[in-house]
Every structure is written in structure tokens, then in C-alpha cells.
Design a protein around this ligand. Structure first.
Ligand code: 13P
Ligand code: SF4
Length: 329
């Protein structure tokens, strides 16, 4: 039996759901029971009744499952941390809040919203302050809901997502620490970013438009505002997939998001919006061998602590509040 067959056999024998984000390697992705963008994965996994979840993605995704379904044992073949999520912890959150206070904005006038790409500890901080979580597919709704409070939004950790949604809602944004006027802004952004999506530039768009005048450009909102401004479509991973699948097969498109996903979308007329290969290093850490070993450890009752997600009760309590506020919206 090869590795793939062994994994299929173990999945049949065990009370387990195998989950994969769109950015996973093809060979891992194709064996998953559930696939999707961050929001879909969080929702779909909550509805499964299996005792074990083997999650192929990055750490914050597994943590969100554990927070929402603490009765499940959530295992990750590699607990790889999203580079953007790693840019903020509780200490940096507090430091930024202090800088906003120093600019003359008191905490009672601030509503924090965290992108789902953050640790459970950061989500808990946000939950304690009355804030909520958003993903790239529901950020409009969540930000609009947040603004109903009449407060300024403190958006963490992705500066680009905050700036892009502020622009599309005709709102003013500012970034903590870059000298911009925080008092004038409706959305105050933490200065985090995704190193993978920073690889796409406005010059790449010009290059493709010059080469193929009819080409369409579709990008993820983690790209810089200078890129999103020039694109024909901006959307989450799921939204990008739907947009691209509905195109005429002859329509050329250049896509600004992670390589694995774009590469499996369409064999023809689809280009990566970069001269580099924009692979997410942490998403790519999980191999078929890792998935097999994790499933085997369930079967042998020999699960390694290094593969299991644990969230303390207090953190989970408040992180769940922030996630539930998102689900309510
Ligand atoms: P999605 O929510 O669109 O799946 O994005 C997750 C992510 O990490 C993109 O870089
Ligand atoms: Fe994180 Fe960027 Fe990788 Fe998405 S692509 S998981 S934001 S590092």
C-alpha cells in the first residue's frame, strides 16, 4: 500500500475528520473530507460529530476549531504558525492600544476587530473588549456592524485588509506607528501583513495588462491597497474560486494569492500574478507523511502533545465570545 492508500484506510477505521485549507499541497488537499476558506472551515468543522479532527492548515485555524468545539481532540500534522498571526501577541496588542490612547482616543471609544489570522489569546483580548473576529469573506459585514457602535475600529493584525475595507466603505484609515493621524481615522490598523501576499505588486498588474490587454486580475484582500485598487476582483479564497470558475474558459486571468490554490484552479489561461512562486511556507509544511503519522498516532493511542491543540479555559472562553459575535453577524 502506498501512503495515500494507508491514509484512506486509517480514515475509514477511525472516528476522524480530515480538514484542509485551500493553500495545502495538492496531495494533502485531495484526501480531505472538508475543504474551504477560513470561515467555511470554522463553520463546517463545528457541525461534524467525529471525536478527532486532523486539521491541515495553520495554527490559528486549529485553535479556532478547539475554541468552538472543546469536546473534540484537534490534531495538526504540523502546528505551523501563519507569519501574519505571529506578528501580534497580547503584549503588542496592549502596546498599540496604549499608543492609540496617547493619541487622545480612550478605550471606551475603541472597538477592536481581529482578522481570524490571529492567536486565540489575541481573540480573547478582543472578546474581552466587546469586539469580534472577521475573515476575508465577511469583513465588510463585520466592520459595518462594528461601526454601528459609533466607535473607532482598531483592526488587527492585517494592515492591508483594514485599509482595503476602509477604502471600499469610503472610510478613513490610519496605521499605528506610521505617523498617520489616528484621531482622523475611522479604522485604525495594526501594522501587520502577510509576507506571501506582499509579493504581488501594482507593477505585476501593469506587466500582465500590457502583455494581454483583455486579461482580468483577481486578488486576495491581504494584498497591498495599491494592488487591490487596480484589480478587477478582490475576494477571499472561496470567493476567488467561485469568480474564476464562472469565467469563460477562454478568458485569461492573473491571480494574486497562494500558489497551490491558483495552480489547481484552471489548467488553461490562468497566471500567477508574480514573477516569483508565492508559496505560503507554513501552509506547505504539512506533508502526506505527516498526515499519515498523525492518523497512525490516533490508531496506536500514542498522540504526541506536539500535534495536539490545547487552549486554556480562560482564553477559550473569551476567544469564543469574539468568534460567536462574528457568527451572529
Ligand atoms: P481565507 O479566509 O480567504 O481562506 O484566507 C486565509 C488566509 O490565510 C489567506 O492568506
Ligand atoms: Fe498566513 Fe499569509 Fe500564509 Fe495566509 S498566506 S496563512 S496570511 S502567511
Amino acid at each position: 500500500m502506498d501512503l495515500k492508500e494507508k491514509i484512506i484506510k486509517l480514515k475509514d477505521e477511525l472516528d476522524v475528520t480530515l480538514v484542509a485549507h485551500f493553500y495545502q499541497r495538492d496531495e494533502v488537499f485531495e484526501l480531505a473530507d472538508i475543504t474551504g476558506d477560513s470561515l467555511e472551515l470554522a463553520k463546517k468543522v463545528m457541525l461534524t460529530d467525529s471525536k478527532f479532527v486532523v486539521f491541515c492548515g495553520v495554527g490559528f485555524m486549529g485553535e479556532s476549531v478547539k475554541v468552538m468545539s472543546p469536546q473534540k481532540r484537534v490534531l495538526m500534522p504540523k502546528i505551523a504558525c501563519c507569519a501574519m498571526a505571529r506578528m501580534i501577541d497580547e503584549g503588542y496588542f496592549e502596546q498599540n492600544l496604549k499608543k492609540i490612547n496617547e493619541a487622545g482616543i480612550a478605550n471606551e471609544n475603541i472597538l477592536p476587530i481581529t482578522y481570524i489570522n490571529s492567536s486565540a489569546a489575541v481573540k480573547a483580548k478582543v472578546g474581552q473588549m466587546g469586539g469580534m473576529v472577521c475573515t476575508s469573506s465577511n469583513a465588510y459585514k463585520i466592520i459595518e456592524k462594528g461601526l454601528e457602535s459609533g466607535k473607532k475600529i482598531f483592526f488587527v493584525p492585517d494592515r492591508c485588509l483594514g485599509q482595503n475595507f476602509a477604502k471600499s466603505l469610503n472610510l478613513k484609515s490610519a496605521v499605528v506607528g506610521d505617523g498617520s493621524d489616528l484621531k482622523e481615522a475611522d479604522i485604525i490598523c495594526y501594522n501587520g501583513f502577510c509576507s506571501v501576499h506582499q509579493q504581488f505588486t501594482a507593477d505585476d498588474i501593469d506587466f500582465y495588462r500590457e502583455k494581454f490587454p483583455d486579461i482580468l486580475i483577481a486578488v486576495h484582500p491581504e494584498c497591498d491597497p495599491s494592488v487591490c485598487d487596480k484589480a478587477d476582483f478582490v475576494g477571499s479564497t472561496s470567493q476567488l474560486i467561485t469568480y474564476i470558475k464562472n469565467l469563460d474558459p477562454e478568458q485569461k486571468i492573473a491571480v494574486g494569492t497562494e500558489f497551490n490554490m491558483v495552480n489547481r484552479l484552471r489548467s488553461k489561461n490562468t497566471y500567477i500574478l508574480s514573477s516569483t512562486k508565492p508559496e505560503c511556507p507554513t501552509m506547505n509544511e504539512t506533508t502526506l507523511e505527516d498526515v499519515y503519522k498523525t492518523l497512525k498516532s490516533i490508531k496506536d493511542d500514542n498522540i504526541s502533545k506536539e500535534n495536539e491543540i490545547f487552549v486554556s479555559e480562560e482564553t477559550a472562553k473569551w476567544a469564543k465570545v469574539a468568534l460567536e459575535r462574528m457568527f451572529e453577524v
